[in-house]
Design a binder for this molecule. Sequence first.
Ligand code: HEM
Length: 276
Amino acid sequence: MYPWTDRAGTFSALKSAVLLACLAPGASLLAKALGGMLGSKPLTYAIHDTGDWAVRFLLLSLLVTPMRTIAAWPKLIMVRRMLGLTALAYVLIHFVLYVVDQRYDLIKVASEIALRFYLTIGFAALIGLAVLGGTSTDAAIKRLGTVRWNRLHAIVYGLAVLSLVHFFIQSRLDVTQPVLMSGFFVWLMGYRLLRKRDVAINLLSLSALALTAGLATALIEVAWYASMTGVKASRVLAANLDFSFVIRPAWWVLWAGLALALVQLARRPANPAARR
Ligand code: HEM
């Protein structure tokens, strides 16, 4: 089985398209590096870029389960493993680039990881993702059994939280991106909560989820700025209502959530029996 074929060994357009999407950020980074377009600190640029993509692919892998229902596209499961492994690949490159940046001084790398909290949790997330990657094969699923495998792979939610905290702490003053990613994560977890509570997935529940995730995103932003910089909550909230500068992450999370609610509406089976 190749990354572009399905289980039967036939060419899969879906898997091929996702494979290209997985490789694109790495190829773009490499092309920029070869063209000397990574700025005055190429390693720092590459560390940030690979870190960003690691988080994005991790969240995309978590989006597969909701999208199977929302878009009525069960075949999407075929690309979940690929997305998760892509997140791991970007994390590993991210780590190797960090080691290169530290001039291969492994003692320094180890002590930095032990001493700096944001690196300690980044490292914990990396180890966890490596464990998930190592147990993502069919043979590993068979060996562990579905129940134990599912239980192990549920740690992905905790690893996503660690990755987001790592993202927040290193971003320091401008946390727009980590706030945005956290908002998407809230939506992803909220969706799972709805499923767990047996709430019907429809326009109403998805719209309510979009609104809740959007509000939670604004609150995460307020909480971060209030605790780290002392900026008043009212000022951060007011920035969310000022569209003349930048549109704050809470709105993107709300719109993305509402867009998914519309996708569900458009894709739901016309026949109520099939819907059930
Ligand atoms: C041993 C493991 C790790 C190390 C040593 C490490 C190291 C770093 C370093 C040095 C930075 C830049 C900090 C700065 O410029 O001040 C960074 C940023 C970042 N890292 Fe990691 N990291 C690790 C694991 C992870 C993991 C597991 C993820 C996500 C899955 C991740 C995602 C990110 C992101 C998103 C950024 C910020 C990128 C940006 O600002 O655009 N890192 N990391």
